[in-house]
Design a protein around this ligand. Sequence first.
Ligand code: OSB
Ligand code: MG
Length: 368
Amino acid sequence: MKIERATLREIPLRLKEFFQISSGGSQDRRILLLTLEGDGLQGWGECVASADPSYAYETTDTSWHILTDFILPSVVGTELHSPEAVLDPVWWIRGHGMAKAAVEMASWDMAARADGVSLSQKIGGVRDRVPVGVSVGIKDTDEELHDQVQGFIEDGYARVKIKVKPGRDIDMLSGLCERFPDTVFMADANSAYTLEDVDILKALDPLDLLMIEQPLRYDDFLHHARLQEQIETPVCLDESIKTEWDTELALKLKSCQVINIKPGRVGGLSTSCRIHDMMADAGLAVWCGGMLESGVGRAHNVALASLPNFTLPGDISASRRYWDRDIVSPEFTVADGHMAVPTGPGIGVEIDTDFIESISTRVATFGV
Ligand code: OSB
Ligand code: MG
């Protein structure tokens, strides 16, 4: 199968509400969508970069640059022997995993469609529905937070992740655990603490949180290991894990007990599967994170989360948690703490191309 053509589009999508994390926040997402075409087939991918570099160094604009100036001109016109190999022509590009992932994931979708199987089947998924949770941004008041959490509990999410930062941590989380004693909570600090804050993080032990995600620096492994020695709550790494080599290092150093795999962060589904396997071999669980994706990215995430070792609920929420109108149909929904894995060919959802074209702010096309 040859990759005859690639189309990259930027679309603005407005979140229903501002999403605040310790390092930044956003409401107006600028999402890049990639379509690969060849042999009468299409494959879709989404780039998870944010508009600003507050989560990772990549942004919507760096991704556009790397994709249009380097990756797409080299990949279009090549033979797609396997989805893993699609990026071989640009093996020399360092980093930029989010830009690369858009291409890699679109090629998996295309390859699954070529075989007439769902993406989940193509990558070895074993579940027809996956446990899902929700990620709640930082709120100024406990009242606001409790109201929102109450709503998500009513929606049936299997666990609730709370964004934390210094000053919005111990008291806020204690209040939540007291008010909602039957709910499984976890926290995500997006690197807001240092090892000097160990007493704050230790004080969370009695709350029995499912885990604490990325408490320390985005690029740190050693201090996370030192921290894990001193606290009971399992440490989960997000930002720190960009490759399988990062995973090897984290396992060797015992920097974490859990990894949040985001295919869009680690360069795609092939690396995601390898990290999944490495963690399974180490006897450690993984879960699928989210980057406030549109329905295209969400469809990839749900397929990934159907692999055997994704035993913990993912940050894979219903379309209506994010958007007034998603770009796929049917929209993703949650029932009984689970989301159904699409069964149609490839990512298995219908993509609303008319809507996408009508809102695109820029388009770049490569190939005939
Ligand atoms: O740290 O997991 C994170 C969103 C944007 C950037 C970073 C993170 C998040 C989330 C949202 O937590 C998860 C979702 O997509 O629902
Ligand atoms: Mg995170």
